[in-house]
Ligand binder design. Structure first.
Ligand SMILES: Nc1nc2c(c(=O)[nH]1)N[C@H]1C(S)=C(S)[C@@H](COP(=O)(O)O)O[C@H]1N2
Ligand SMILES: [Mo]
Length: 197
């Protein structure tokens, strides 16, 4: 096995089948935030799922931690071209969170503390594909990386994984979130390079 020194840059994609086109590998965990890191006290924290009728499911921090939590090992891919392989998380599956939600939604908008939003097709949230993560690498999720809780949708570019998530709004149709209004793709599949419009 080749030993690659940190900071040397990219191993070539040809030798790494897990790396989507146009991506390079990093061992670091870059922080990419469009604004300051919001500090959310756990006593005030809530996660809501709502639709056009209002809030349909809601958890405070203690209620959230009482839900079944899953270990997730996954690769992540940022549209700025870094990918990180084999990251380890713990979080609650969206399948668990949506289990009692009766909806015909086609898309959802993730809403974060600080105002960030991102839209995701509903089918990309279900079927063991997404989580609300509360731990990274065996530790509580660091605030810079979205703690106390972030959305994790690792099969899409990482901008869809909203940090500091506070709500998921179910939608009957698609609408652009923060980066999508600024030219990023409505879907964001790294394997077909759905980077921009
Ligand atoms: N709330 C919020 N979530 C966000 C962002 C942001 O600016 N605000 N940036 C997105 C982008 S572009 C990326 S690549 C990842 C970066 O996550 P990281 O800082 O943990 O690496 O978070 C995504 N989620
Ligand atoms: Mo990103």
């Amino acid at each position: 096995m080749a030993v690659i020194s940190r900071g040397f840059g990219a191993r070539r994609r040809e030798s790494i089948p897990e790396l989507p086109p146009g991506q390079y590998l990093t061992d670091d965990f870059p922080v990419l935030s469009a604004g300051p890191t919001p500090r959310v006290p756990l006593s005030d924290w809530r996660f809501d799922i709502s639709d056009d009728t209002g809030v349909v499911a809601s958890w405070d921090w203690d209620e959230f931690l009482a839900l079944p939590i899953e270990d997730v090992r996954t690769d992540i891919h940022c549209v700025t071209r870094w990918s990180k392989l084999g990251t380890t998380w713990r979080g609650v599956s969206l399948d668990t969170l949506l289990a009692d939600v009766d909806t015909a939604a086609t898309h959802a908008m993730a809403h974060s503390h600080g105002g960030y939003t991102t839209n995701i097709p509903f089918d990309d949230l279900r079927g063991g594909k997404s989580w609300i993560a509360v731990e990274f690498d065996g530790e509580p999720l660091h605030p810079e990386h979205g703690g106390p809780a972030r959305l994790l949708v690792p099969h899409l570019y990482f901008w869809k994984s909203a940090k500091w998530i506070r709500a998921l709004v179910l939608m009957d149709g698609d609408a652009p979130g923060f980066w999508e209004q600024n030219g990023y793709n409505m879907h964001g599949d790294p394997w077909t390079e759905e980077r921009y419009w």
